[in-house]
Design a binder for this molecule. Structure first.
Ligand code: PLP
Ligand code: COI
Length: 340
């Protein structure tokens, strides 16, 4: 039986569910892994994760489709991205099959927590790997844990779908040859000061520019950008220092194959912002969140949000992507992983 939650009003936050998955890496190998009800972790005070932030994570969602199945959207791409993150952070790589097995087992074990179709909520899935072995010198931990928990969530931004107001950040998110392209916990730790500052000033998020030249659009703290030009071309930043968003990569396919739109993945000079008609943030948590305004000092750039708080093209992208995720629109082959 589904849990009795006020699904429409749960917000985006951690809510412990019944089961989580844990696997330990020790003596050079992963153990088999198992589900547990224990939502706490006891590890050395000198664990790599505590001392040198040796941890990476993933984020994806499980949905209840229109016909009542539980599905996960493209988890194979999250598995691949986490392999890259582990490699970069010198954590033991979680093999793709192990990752997928852990994710499916955790969702199945918490099936009552998957929000019902049409509720506006989804089940957020959070896999992560951390160095648990003790370190003192700067070096990778010899022992690690791979864990997966799930939590039902509502919209990422307070107030649901509404035009967001962003600030061009005075801080950098990622170094030019750093870790911006992987999902390292440290990327988020260093964004906390900037996001709090933005919130205190009345903004929803930060727009980060490339840290080498401060002239190209990168991404926000938790989502990639997508723009629509005045002639209807969908444009998204190409950069080696942003997270390769699975939502953004999927939307580019949707734009091209489903909507017949012209698409470009290229460097976007900030100086071009005034020529963009629509702007959205895309990510697992953000889905596609419309941007109404970007503020850079005393300059403001505004975007079309005339179609139910979104621009008309962003609206079409949103409807098609969520239609595919919820089973109303046929998905490209391999995009939907059915759990039950
Ligand atoms: N960019 C950052 C910094 C993120 O944290 C996320 C969230 O995962 C994304 C982009 C969007 O990626 P995805 O669509 O794979 O969730
Ligand atoms: C996601 O969209 O999955 C994210 O990780 C964004 C944020 C919650 C960090």
């Amino acid at each position: 039986m589904k849990k009795n939650l006020d699904w429409a009003n749960i917000g985006f936050g951690y809510r412990p569910t019944d089961y989580r998955y844990v696997s330990t890496f020790k003596d050079g190998a992963w153990d088999e892994g198992a589900l547990t009800t224990d939502d706490t972790v006891t590890i050395s005070e000198s664990a790599g994760v505590f001392q040198y932030a040796q941890t990476c994570f993933e984020g994806m969602k499980a949905y209840t489709t229109e016909d009542g199945h539980t599905v996960i959207f493209r988890p194979d791409l999250n598995a691949e991205r986490m392999m890259d993150s582990c490699e970069r952070l010198r954590l033991p790589v979680v093999p793709k099959e192990k990752f997928l097995d852990a994710v499916v087992k955790t969702v199945r074990a918490n099936i009552d927590w998957v929000p019902p179709y049409g509720s506006g909520a989804t089940l957020y899935i959070r896999p992560f790997v951390m160095g648990t072995g003790p370190v003192l010198g700067v070096q990778p931990a010899k022992e690690s844990q791979f864990r997966v928990f799930v939590s039902p969530v509502g919209p990422y931004f307070k107030g649901g779908v509404r035009p967001l107001k962003l600030k061009v950040s005075g801080y950098d998110r990622a170094a030019p040859v750093g870790t911006g392209h992987v999902k390292a916990g440290l990327n988020y730790a260093m964004s906390l000061y900037a996001i709090e500052e933005a919130h205190h000033q009345g903004y929803d998020e930060n727009m980060y520019l490339d840290s080498r030249t401060r002239t190209y659009v990168e991404e926000t703290g938790g989502a990639n950008f997508l723009f629509v030009t005045r002639d209807g071309t969908v444009v998204t930043p190409k950069s080696s220092t942003i997270l390769p968003s699975i939502t953004r990569r999927s939307l580019m396919v949707v734009a091209k194959e489903y909507l017949g739109l012209k698409c470009e993945e290229r460097e976007i000079p900030f100086a071009e912002l005034g020529e963009m008609a629509e702007c959205g943030l895309c990510g697992t948590a953000a889905v596609i969140s419309p941007v109404g305004k970007v503020v850079d000092g005393d300059k403001e750039y505004t975007f079309d949000t005339s179609d139910g708080n979104m621009g008309p093209t962003v609206r079409k992208l949103y409807e098609t992507l969520t239609g595919i995720q919820m089973g109303r629109i046929e998905a490209p082959k391999g995009w939907i992983c059915t759990v039950d």
